[in-house]
Design a protein around this ligand. Structure first.
Ligand code: SAH
Ligand code: SF4
Length: 442
């Protein structure tokens, strides 16, 4: 979502005559888009701003003004504090106010710094031009993000999202469809629908009815030229029957699902306020695999949540072993100020580290096994961009694996069938095209 947000800020700024540049040294305006989900985020921002100070001062000596804006959830959480600690910052802007970026810059120019951390009543998406034009110097990617939902009402006891992104909000259907059609018109073949709690989506359709995420996916699947649909991040509690059915019925919905469970222990799941138990998660995974047998799963895990005993952790390891993940993110619990779990007795740091190591060893073994099973298989790859070597392109498999393919640049944006000949540490290598290249480019 931060990538998507950064692109939208680029669009807002393009309207005001800004062009994207490759390095901070070339910029008149530097926007740091920030994440606040785990600790040290704010400290990282302050040290990054410190690194930008000489750049700003050197420009000033040349008679050039360089502006610095801090955007995202750290901006939302820290607010005025950022200006106090880092007076060289000109604008502090929270994630719901990006459409006001131009006005905030103008205010900062008129004197002092501008801080925008309200949750404004108007919808920012109404005021953000979508992909007004291709960003200068950066080629449009055939795989795009599209935010359909923001914020969260679930209040898991470890999480800052409900505070920094605000309450749950679904964008209206018509606006999403219009944005999707525009993206496809500009060459996009794959759309990743985004939301902090994307499967809680319930957007208003033009006839006033409420559409679920499944209904939206099926409608998007009717757009000619759109070949692949994904969505992230899902909460197990919101995995509705119609969405499971969409995984069975809709070929464009890719067989890869990010379905975080956080812990395998019922006691910890309850303490996290996740509102489901481990058996419910197993049942859900079974139903999903029944609907789509080749579905690959990924997840998020937190180790060392307050109160997590060795038995609780063993339950997480057992859950991972039973489910089998194609990939996963795992984190040490990080106390976030203002959230309930931050006030509880904490697990020893060394214990957290040791558990994380064990969990990551298991997850990485599963990922290696999943990737190794691709050896010799023919899979479809959406070619997205040039690879590291000349004559090589990089794309994604249906299971979101990075695949390096020997193929000419004009095939960027095409979905091609390739045979996987080699499995790397983080990606697959494929060289043989099937059907042959001649037919594809014909
Ligand atoms: N809405 C999604 C998660 C969004 S946050 C869900 O409910 O699954 C992304 C991930 O960051 C979470 O899944 C969680 O694993 C991790 N995370 C969030 N807060 C955290 C914290 N305080 N400490 C460690 N990890 C955290
Ligand atoms: Fe955070 Fe996800 Fe829980 Fe919402 S559902 S509070 S975003 S972890």
């Amino acid at each position: 979502m931060n990538v998507y947000d950064s692109d939208r800020m680029t669009d807002v700024l393009a309207r005001d005559g800004y062009d994207a540049v490759e390095t901070a040294e070339d910029a008149d305006l530097i926007v740091l888009n920030t994440c606040h989900i785990r600790e040290k985020a704010a400290e990282k921002v302050y040290s990054e701003v410190g690194r930008l100070r000489p750049l700003k001062e050197a420009a000033k000596e040349e008679g050039r003004r360089v502006e610095i804006a801090i955007a995202g959830c750290v901006a939302q959480a820290e607010g005025e504090e950022i200006i106090r600690r880092a007076p060289i910052v000109d604008v502090v802007i929270g994630p719901q106010s990006y459409h006001r970026l131009g006005a905030a810059l103008a205010r900062a120019r008129a004197g002092g710094a501008a801080v925008e951390t309200e949750f404004p009543s108007e919808d920012k998406f109404d005021h953000i031009p979508s992909r007004a034009r291709a960003r200068s110097g950066l080629a449009a990617n055939p795989a795009a993000f599209l935010t359909v939902q923001e914020g969260c009402d679930k209040f898991c006891t470890f999480c800052v999202v409900p505070y920094t992104r605000g309450g749950e909000f679904s964008r209206p259907v018509a606006k999403i469809l219009a944005e999707a059609r525009r993206l496809v018109g500009s060459g996009v073949r794959e759309i990743m629908l985004l939301g902090q709690n994307v499967n809680a989506y319930h957007g208003e359709a033009e006839d006033g009815s409420d559409w679920s995420l499944a209904r939206l996916v099926l409608e998007l699947a009717d757009i000619d030229g759109l070949e692949r649909i994904r969505y992230t991040t899902s909460h197990p509690r919101d995995m509705a029957d119609d969405l499971i059915a969409a995984h069975r019925d809709c070929d464009k919905l890719m067989p890869y699902l990010h379905l975080p469970v956080q812990s395998g222990s019922d006691k910890i799941l309850a303490a996290m306020n996740r509102r489901h138990g481990r058996e419910e998660y197993f049942r859900l995974v079974d139903r999903l695999r029944e609907a789509r047998p080749d579905l690959a799963l990924s997840g998020d895990f937190i180790v060392g949540f307050p109160g997590e005993s060795e038995d609780d952790f063993a339950a997480t390891m057992d859950l991972v072993a039973r489910v089998g993940y194609a990939s996963a993110y795992s984190f040490k619990y990080s106390p976030r100020p203002g959230t309930p779990a931050a006030e509880r007795e904490q697990v020893d740091e060394a214990v957290k580290s040791e558990r994380l190591q064990r969990l990551q060893a298991l997850l990485s073994e599963q990922q290696t096994r999943f990737n190794a099973a691709m050896q010799g298989r023919v899979i479809d790859v959406l070619l997205e961009k040039p690879g590291r070597r000349p004559g090589q392109l990089v794309g994604r498999s249906p299971f979101l694996q990075a695949v390096h393919v020997d193929a000419p640049a004009h095939l960027i944006g095409e979905i091609v069938s390739v045979k996987v000949d080699e499995i790397g540490a983080n990606s697959l290598f494929a060289s043989q095209m099937s059907p042959p290249l001649e037919r594809l480019s014909a």
